[in-house]
Design a protein around this ligand. Structure first.
Ligand code: C5P
Length: 229
């Protein structure tokens, strides 16, 4: 089976407050999404890269024009949805012609520019003969508190066995499509697969693969991408 990358990049990035979609925020000299595209494009494990952007996206054409070496490795799908889940599903429908049912799809957030080829390889290698698929994730290190209504601690949640989900999330084309077509709303692909009664594998990710969400995340992402952290 082949491995395809599918990158949902159709969000508006409201929490970042940049005035434009966060996937285009410049980090270490280029838009965040380009870091992700270049990493997947340079991975020998990945057959092709698909990027899902909003139908009204006015940034991607210029961004890609600056990286001509990616032409032929990346296909842009102008069909984002109202949610990340819908954007991924639209992408899966769009690649129906290219992807076989048993081919793997690695779904990765455009907002995780710290991904490396080594992390892609680690996930692909760990799931090579896996019947279900899996995700990169990190064991939780902080002590966890559940908040009550008045922002006081209701109780402490044991972090034993808890992992924080990252991406890529890697599943076979047919299974992933069936899982995401279920009506339940999910915030990642694994949850949809879990809802089918399956147990995706957890593969250790990296702190550098964190999701850029809030303004202070930008400086940290730059440290990782410039090789300082
Ligand atoms: O908003 P959040 O950080 O969860 O977004 C994760 C990824 O999903 C981002 O790459 C974002 O562009 C993408 N997304 C999308 N379509 C949406 C919402 C988010 O492709 N409607």
């Amino acid at each position: 089976p082949r491995h395809f990358a599918l990158i949902p990049a159709a969000g508006v990035g409201a929490r970042l407050g940049a005035g434009y979609p966060k996937q285009y925020l410049p980090i270490a000299g280029k838009p965040m999404v380009l870091h992700v595209l270049e990493t997947f494009a340079s991975s020998s494990a990945i057959a092709h890269v698909f990027l899902v952007v909003s139908a009204e996206d006015g940034y991607i054409r210029d961004a890609l024009a600056a990286v001509p070496h990616l032409a032929g490795r990346v296909t842009v799908i102008y069909n984002g949805g109202a949610t990340r889940q819908q954007s991924v599903l639209n992408g899966l429908h769009a690649i129906r012609e290219q992807a076989g049912d048993d081919d793997w799809v690695l779904v990765h957030d455009a907002a995780r520019p710290g991904l490396t080829v080594e992390l892609i390889d680690r996930l692909v290698d760990a799931l090579r003969d896996d019947p279900v698929g899996g995700i990169l994730a990190l064991p939780v290190v902080d002590t966890l508190k559940r908040a009550a209504r008045d922002v006081r601690i209701e109780n402490t949640v044991s972090r034993e066995g808890l992992w924080a989900a990252q991406t890529p999330q890697m599943f076979r084309y047919a299974l992933l499509r069936r899982a995401l077509e279920q009506p339940a709303e999910v915030t990642d692909e694994a949850s949809a697969v879990e809802a089918m009664g399956l147990q995706p594998k957890l593969v250790e990710g990296s702190p550098r693969n964190f999701k850029v969400t809030l303004p202070h995340d930008i400086a940290l992402a730059e440290l990782y991408l410039k090789g300082i952290a």
